[in-house]
Design a protein around this ligand. Structure first.
Ligand code: NAD
Length: 294
């Protein structure tokens, strides 16, 4: 049995930690929220009084926190000074590449093995244990990291060395944001031209415009019954989360000098959607903004 310290029991972390407990591991959980800790206890985990206490005797430390600043603080103040140096450190949060590399470098300087392992898949996949992990770590550490992530995963892919898991995540989500806007623009134009939405779907899904945003997550209500467009754009992947990832991508593009004109335009459009008060709507609601309905 592995002793896992799990820090950050929010929308994603609570289900992920529960799956580690279900797999038979001893999970010592910590979150700033007392409610989250109470729920963890109900699910068979023990609750620590602090992050420092949670990591004290851990074999594996998993963090699932909001952003880079939280991860840097928890690593510097609690994990690196208190965890045993043979513990495996895995950060699953979506954060900027620089923070991921800083944390990994500081961990490695103190003798730890560390990985950035952000996820694809929302809360449903977190609860079901079917997330896809994109891992940045040393090649020789990957087998052990893969083993530690298995109870939470459908797929675990090593992207390369430290920071490349985060790089894969923000590049993928920039592509997703751009493709969702592209599909939405096409539906809005089809509507303006008097072309039926379902007919356009039937044709484009068999033609060269086909992509995941169209055929698995269609923003036009009807063609894909499971998509949030059929539930007034509730649930799914919030516009605010998409905006966070697009900002990370643009910051990274500024740092590296990579040209991302469409990524920049996508950030501006999602920023407008969020400013109009639709931060919690699914990101496919961008169609409704383009149609002038929001
Ligand atoms: P969340 O805000 O629901 O959860 C974050 C948790 O961290 C909260 O419970 C908060 O109390 C806790 N926390 C903050 N600072 C802490 C500290 N210093 N010590 C202990 N606990 C602390 O966020 P979430 O939706 O669970 O997302 C977590 C991460 O996963 C984010 O980086 C997000 O971008 C990423 N992500 C989210 C989704 C999604 O669909 N929600 C999907 C993929 C990736």
């Amino acid at each position: 049995m592995t002793r896992i310290a799990f820090i950050g029991l929010g929308n994603m972390g609570s289900g992920m930690a529960a799956n580690q407990a279900k797999a038979g591991h001893e999970v010592v959980a910590f979150d700033l929220s007392a409610d989250a800790l109470a729920r963890a206890k109900e699910q068979g985990m023990s609750a620590a009084a602090s992050a420092a206490e949670a990591v004290k005797d851990a074999n594996v430390v998993i963090t699932m926190l909001p952003a880079g600043s939280h991860v840097r603080d928890v690593y510097m103040d609690a994990i690196l000074p208190n965890a045993p140096t043979d513990a495996l450190l895995i950060d699953c949060s979506t954060i900027d590449v620089d923070s991921a590399r800083t944390v990994a470098r500081d961990a490695s300087m103190r003798g730890f093995r560390a990985a950035d392992a952000p996820v694809s898949g929302g809360t449903a996949a977190a609860n079901a244990g079917s997330l896809t992990f994109m891992v940045g770590c040393r090649e020789q550490d990957f087998a052990e990291i893969e083993e530690a992530l298995k109870p939470m995963a459908k797929a675990i892919i090593r992207a390369g060395d430290s920071g490349t898991g985060q790089a894969a995540k923000i590049c993928n989500n920039m592509l997703l944001g751009i493709s969702m806007i592209g599909v939405s623009e096409a539906f809005a134009l089809a509507e303006g031209l008097g072309l039926d939405g379902q007919k356009f779907f039937d044709i484009a899904s068999q033609a060269s415009g086909q992509c995941w945003s169209l055929t698995s997550y269609c923003p036009w209500p009807g063609p894909v019954p499971a998509a949030p467009s059929n539930r007034d754009y509730e649930g799914g992947f919030a516009a605010a989360m998409m905006l966070k990832d697009l900002k990370l991508a643009q910051d990274a593009a500024d740092t590296t000098g990579a040209p991302t004109p469409l990524g920049g335009a996508a950030e501006a459009l999602y920023s407008e959607l969020v400013q109009r008060g639709y931060a919690n709507k699914d990101f496919s609601a961008i169609l409704q903004m383009l149609r002038g309905r929001l």
